[in-house]
Design a protein around this ligand. Structure first.
Ligand SMILES: Nc1ncnc2c1ncn2[C@@H]1O[C@H](COP(=O)(O)OP(=O)(O)OP(=O)(O)O)[C@@H](O)[C@H]1O
Ligand SMILES: [Mg+2]
Length: 139
């Protein structure tokens, strides 16, 4: 938990299917509107969330997401945590490189998501699953 940030009640959801990925997009959009993010920032956050949810499903073997409004005293924002108990990422720098994929994708999901948010953190490692936390602040 980041110091000095008050959080609302997290909205949790499983990520086990393509339909769940669609629901994640809808949930993030709803919370982003409530947090008064601009339309552009809503769309950036939804796009990042969509990529991360897809990774949770495809590489993590499914998992969960939690979406929360946050407030640091200056700004409101939205924080999203994706968690899975899959194989984890052995080389994070490599995984964050544009174009790197082990699944025949474009290899732009993680790196693109990082560029679309204000804060980006990954806790992962071979054999210990993956937890990605992103935050977008209203401006
Ligand atoms: N939750 C995860 N668990 C394990 N490995 C992951 C996870 N998320 C990403 N990775 C690894 O990081 C690589 C890069 O992910 P990224 O989202 O950037 O690309 P991609 O999913 O392969 O392609 P794209 O998202 O562009 O369709 C993946 O190919 C995969 O090897
Ligand atoms: Mg991806």
């Amino acid at each position: 938990m980041t110091a000095g940030v008050d959080v609302g009640h997290p909205q949790a959801q499983a990520i086990e299917s393509d339909e769940d990925v669609v629901r994640v997009r809808q949930l993030v959009r709803t919370v982003a509107v409530a947090a008064k993010l601009s339309l552009v920032d809503q769309t950036k956050l939804v796009t990042a969330a969509s990529e991360l949810a897809r990774n949770t499903l495809v590489y993590g073997g499914g998992g969960s997401v939690e979406v929360t409004t946050v407030d640091n005293g200056l700004r409101r924002g939205v924080r999203i945590v994706f968690a899975d108990s899959g194989p984890g990422i052995a080389d994070l720098d490599l995984a964050l490189t544009d174009g790197y994929t082990t699944g025949g994708g474009l290899g732009l999901g993680l790196s693109g998501a990082r560029r679309l948010v204000d804060e980006f953190d990954i806790d992962t490692g071979a054999g210990r699953g993956t937890r990605v936390t992103v935050t977008k602040w209203a401006r």
